[in-house]
Design a protein around this ligand. Structure first.
Ligand code: KG4
Ligand code: ZN
Length: 356
């Protein structure tokens, strides 16, 4: 008789998506429900924490209920409750953490704390069985841009991260400058398809010669000055621009960001002798980035393995939370009811809560 699968309910509320998922043995997705709040935040051009928190409170129960129904499981089938408790907006994380603690207590099921960025890495690797390690993990989202040395699934080590804006944040801000809709990443990608990526030579900030850190404020300011004059002292040209001019700026901006991400990943591969590259986070949905990284990986002899999160699991979801939680479950790494949300991430891998 095969062993009974480990079934985990995952909960994710770190930013503006209320999500719940049921995953068996860390890889079989039984359900995935995501209630997006984009409509609530778009008129502000970014996520408003208080609005996000209120929407999570309204959505969390129906989303979990739907995830359990879709998976056709009852509380008796669930082996553990997992929740992303860091990093993110504290008032948003608070909703998921409170719900997870309540369910853990009421149903008498173990609680597992998940680092949201670590979960983004898991979404790239969850479908694979034998991944050649070490790997470099590039996580690019609205809140984070980081490179990790992924020597083992539970202990990724930070190699570098953004010193200012995250890549997704730069996409969102540049989209706002170009008067494109929110969220900016998909909007820029769409118009960039018709643009010339070589039209404008935007700066590529590489920081020091060996640096694995990122900086994206410079390019954002360069786009702003390009559109509104040096120090914003000129007229705002965006309204008078043709669609082609907007497309050229979007394509040139996207090309510059992708270029930096790929060149930094190349440095990281070199540094740790990586055999595999993992790509996850909202910006990982970007086709230009996926193709450029594929090209980089193919340029090695032998080629590096590239594992990219499936598009539906690039942006925030709870599948990645429940999938990573399986590995913590197997390792006996549980949280208790003192679990709190944390705005900034503790350094990975110090996110394990060991049962005493
Ligand atoms: O991972 P995610 O859902 O949330 C955070 O953890 O931050 O990432 C959201 C970010 C947003 O900044 C959004 O503009 C960006 O991912 N994004 C994209 C694309 N789809 C989403 N950026 C570039 N190209 C895309 N296709
Ligand atoms: Zn995320």
């Amino acid at each position: 008789m095969p062993d009974k699968p480990v079934i985990i309910l995952g909960i994710e509320t770190s930013c503006d998506e209320t999500a719940a998922a049921v995953v068996a043995d860390g890889r079989e997705v039984l359900s995935s429900v995501v209630a997006s709040q984009t409509k609530l935040h778009e008129k502000y051009g970014g996520v408003v924490p208080e609005i996000a928190s209120r929407a999570h409170i309204e959505n969390i129960y129906p989303v979990i209920k739907e995830a359990l129904e879709e998976a056709q499981v009852t509380k008796d089938h669930i082996d553990a409750i997992a929740v992303a408790n860091q990093p993110g907006l504290t008032v948003a994380l608070m909703v998921g953490v409170t719900m997870a603690k309540t369910l853990s207590f009421a149903l008498n099921k173990p609680l597992i704390a998940i680092n949201h960025i670590h979960a983004h890495m898991q979404s790239a690797i969850m479908a694979e069985k034998d991944v050649p390690l070490p790997a470099v993990a590039l996580i690019v989202s609205g809140g984070h841009t980081s490179l990790y040395d992924y020597e083992s699934p539970l202990e990724p080590k930070l190699l570098g991260s953004t010193t200012d804006d995250a890549a997704g944040e730069a996409f969102d801000k540049v989209a706002a400058i170009l008067k494109l809709p929110y969220p900016g990443g998909p909007a820029i990608e769409k118009v960039a398809k018709n643009g010339n990526p070589k039209a404008v030579d935007f700066p590529r900030s590489m920081l020091g010669k060996d640096s694995l850190d990122f900086s994206f404020t410079g390019i954002k300011t360069a786009v702003l000055y390009y559109c509104q004059g040096q120090d914003m002292l000129g007229e705002n040209k965006v309204e008078k621009m043709t669609q082609q001019e907007i497309a050229d700026i979007a394509a040139s901006f996207q090309a510059a960001v992708v270029d930096v991400l790929v060149r930094k990943t190349e440095r990281a591969i070199q540094k740790i002798g990586a055999k595999t590259v993992l790509l996850g986070g909202g910006v990982a949905a970007n086709t230009a980035l996926r193709e450029a990284l594929a090209e980089l990986c193919q340029s090695y002899k032998p080629p590096k393995r590239l594992l990219v999160a499936p598009k539906q699991y690039c942006t925030d979801n709870a599948v990645m939370v429940a999938s990573l939680a399986y590995h913590k479950f197997e390792a006996g790494l549980f949280a208790d009811l003192t679990l709190e949300p944390k705005a900034s991430a503790e350094q990975l891998p110090n996110i394990a809560y060991k049962v005493k």
